[in-house]
Write a protein that binds this ligand. Structure first.
Ligand code: BGC
Length: 748
């Protein structure tokens, strides 16, 4: 047995032969040496893994997985909640590539990200680290991030696999998810990343999935991940997710982290020696870990990270991630020569990342107020507006006085570091009441009021939308956010961000509202596939801002759209014109609906998107190729993806609720054959291409025997089609065992 660099690696490496290593060493490779390091073996140096995802968190001293102890300075790019709003694959890949340089400069071989869990409920404390409520967007951006990172010779660790959608009791909670929701929503983003960008590692989550811990879940780690998706890398545990090393190994887990507890390796050795564990299982895991060491060792030539260039990229990414949610009377962009009142603590102490393991020690930080002052030609006043310790009424009065005297006010609102974090969930989605009182007072004194938002998880914006004339939402923007916000306010950047998560009117409207966070270490995913906009749309619920929404300082006209089925692809072409006053970017979104279906369907699902930059007055076209397979649903009767035949409607527009063109296409179905049993209904048997004709001829024979009855009339068939075949005999139909067996025989 030997290993060498696998086919998708970045370079070739030394071969190693685990068979020549003692059992203790082979077993030991399956757990780390210390908090952030693997062991070294076979002449290969140990490998460093560290967080991730939006910056490199290398801890030279004390180590922890909650972001408490100090870490080396690194570029803090926008966390996924912000970056996802760019809807820009190429930009996300560039961020990944820059992260690779910083990882290598800091001696890191694997960066722990991206996190592609679905934002199932707005309250999940870790939503800031996740991309979207939609699996296509999450998976597409996650795959781009991995491609960028791994192109720089650093491995990714796609996390947290799987169905880890709440922080409540996260190390024990059991996510009870039905097969369709699991495949179509929760596994889908991982499947896309694994199959498209071939990450070096996948990180299993803490929680259970349908009763079995992810770390011990053979169905998840081996059947689905390796056999069905073809994953060839190593499975790493989340930090502290493994309690039973032997069970985890058998399930397909290769590397248990953090390391440092030799007793866990001893358990593995003992199990092999007692004949309870096949040594081949230990060897297979050892090979995969050695392969990682080989890959990392092949990428150790020195790299110097250009922190200035990375800061510029962080700022560009932040600018692209800002969504303009509202802009009454074209208040934005602001005139540089007007007098401006800046209000809100976040203008001087910006909130730009989330709390917990991903917390980066930002190498630099742009302060919004400073950046606004640097771009303004007129007077800029500042009032904190809210904050601890001070008299709230006085703070509001000061802010109102400044706003009333200015030509416009820019009010920074949002959630503080303590309001949300890894490790706990929120109980509501409200902005602090004091901030809303402030906004009410400022907006009453100054109608030209702009709100700039910072938050990780979604916040209720009904009041903000009512009070503010313009709203900018960047979620969390990383260290370049301050300058990016100023760029957008003054029109140096034309905003093009789009929401990756619906902003509901009320928390109670969220599809998962009644099933979050669960109880007694169990959470039922009762809303099934109806997550995010799928659930709001299905129940026709008004939202404050829909999924995919975002405005621009220019306008776009969708001229024409066409779609054609070409073999195994649906090719959609959309032509559009920039009809407004400045250059800009549009994000063309394509949703698909299946109006007539045998299964429960969301009214529409995102199937493709493309950003397009158009100069003022220019016309351009985007072409989006959607694989036919992306139209499949998970059919749990046959445990497989199935494309249902018939008419689909492609809905093309600038957000999930601003659809401009609809195009009907026809797709041939997959002709799924569900194995028939005595419990199959007459309708199901009739639909079967082999058994159906047999049953009809049987009916025809009995009709011939009863000439006065129209045994095969449509009305008659409709009445009996829901009767299970085997129960016909209870109604006096002479169905012998032989006749039944003949009917149900699969072969023609
Ligand atoms: C988090 C992971 C992180 C790991 C190491 C865990 O608590 O869930 O996302 O990568 O710690 O810090």
């Amino acid at each position: 047995m030997s290993i060498s660099e696998p086919p998708h690696g970045t370079s070739s490496g030394a071969a190693a032969d685990p068979a020549s290593l003692p059992l203790q060493v082979r077993a030991g490779l399956g757990s780390g040496e210390s908090f952030w390091h693997t062991k070294s073996a076979a002449g290969l140096p140990a490998l460093t893994l560290t967080d991730g995802p939006h910056g490199v968190r290398v801890q030279p001293g004390l180590a922890d997985h909650l972001g408490l102890a100090a870490s080396a300075p690194a570029t803090c790019f926008p966390p996924a909640a912000g970056l996802a709003q760019s809807w820009d694959r190429a930009l996300v890949a560039r961020v990944g590539r820059a992260l690779a340089d910083e990882s290598r400069a800091l001696g890191v071989g694997i960066l722990l990200g991206p996190a592609v869990n679905i934002k199932r409920d707005p309250r999940c404390g870790r939503n800031f680290e996740y991309f979207s409520e939609d699996p296509f967007l999450s998976g597409t951006l996650g795959a781009a991030w991995v491609e960028g990172l791994q192109a720089g010779g650093v491995g990714a660790s796609v996390k947290h696999f799987a169905a880890n959608n709440a922080e409540y009791d996260r190390m024990r909670s059991d996510s009870r998810v039905g097969p369709r929701a699991l495949r179509e929503i929760y596994l889908k983003s991982f499947e896309r990343v694994v199959t498209e960008s071939r990450p070096w590692t996948v990180m299993c989550s803490y929680n259970k999935i349908n009763g079995v811990y992810a770390s011990e879940n053979r169905w998840l780690l081996t059947d689905v991940l390796r056999h069905q998706w073809g994953f060839a890398g190593a499975v790493v545990s989340d930090w502290g997710a493994v309690t039973d090393r032997v069970a985890a190994l058998v399930a397909g887990l290769d590397l248990a982290m953090p390391g440092g507890d030799p007793s866990l390796d001893a358990d593995v050795v003992a199990a092999v020696e007692a004949g309870r564990l096949d040594p081949a299982v230990v060897d297979a895991a050892a090979v995969r870990v050695l392969t990682l060491l080989v890959r990392a060792a092949a990428n150790t030539d020195p790299v110097v990270a250009d922190l200035d260039a990375h800061h510029a990229l962080a700022r560009e990414a932040a600018g692209r991630s800002i969504a303009l949610l509202k802009n009454t009377g074209d208040l934005l962009p602001l005139r540089a020569d007007g007098a401006l009142a800046v209000v809100g603590e976040f203008a001087v102490h910006p909130r730009y990342q989330g709390g917990g393991s991903s917390h980066v020690n930002a190498a630099r930080l742009d302060i919004p107020l400073d950046e606004i002052r640097a771009r303004a030609a007129g007077a800029v006043t500042y009032a904190p507006g809210y904050g601890s310790g001070d008299d709230p009424q006085r703070l509001i009065d000061d802010a109102v006085a400044g706003a009333a005297a200015a030509d416009a006010a820019v009010v920074f609102l949002g959630l503080s570091d303590h309001a949300e974090s890894e490790g706990y969930d929120r109980v509501d989605i409200a902005l602090p009441a004091g901030q809303l009182r402030l906004l009410e007072a400022v907006a009453a004194a100054q109608p030209r009021t702009v709100v700039v938002l910072c938050h990780g998880g979604v916040v209720r914006l009904a009041e903000v939308d009512r009070l503010a004339a313009a709203v900018l939402d960047g979620a969390l923007l990383g260290q370049g956010g301050g300058s990016a916000v100023a760029d957008v306010l003054f029109g140096l950047v034309n905003p093009s961000g789009r929401l990756a998560e619906t902003v509901p009117e009320r928390l109670q409207d969220a599809p998962s509202f009644l099933n979050f966070p669960g109880e007694h270490s169990r959470v039922l995913y009762g809303e099934g596939i109806f997550v995010g906009y799928r659930g709001y749309d299905a129940r026709a619920i008004e939202v404050t801002y829909p999924f995919g929404h975002g405005l621009s300082y220019t306008t776009f006209r969708y001229d024409t759209a066409a779609a054609a089925v070409e073999g195994e692809e649906i090719v959609v072409t959309v032509s559009l014109t920039n009809t407004g006053p400045r250059d800009g970017r549009e994000v063309v979104q394509i949703y698909a609906a299946k109006p007539v279906s045998d299964i429960a369907r969301a009214p529409q699902e995102l199937r493709g998107f493309q950003v397009v930059d158009l100069a003022r007055g220019a016309t351009g076209a985007v072409t989006v190729r959607i694989p036919r397979a992306d139209f499949a649903y998970w059919d749990d009767r046959v445990d497989d993806w199935v494309v249902e035949g018939g008419e689909y409607v492609l809905r093309i527009g600038s957000s999930s609720r601003n659809i401009v063109h609809t195009i009907a296409i026809h797709l041939d179905g997959d002709g799924v054959r569900v194995p028939l049993t005595e419990n199959s209904t007459i309708g199901e048997v009739l639909a079967d291409p082999v058994a159906g004709p047999r049953l009809i001829s049987m009916f025809q024979q009995s009709a011939a025997a009863m000439p006065d009855q129209d045994s095969l009339g449509t009305g008659m068939l409709k009445m009996i089609e829901s009767i299970p075949l085997g129960r016909l005999k209870l109604f006096g139909v002479a169905l012998t065992r032989e006749v039944l067996d003949h009917l149900l025989q699969a072969d023609p």
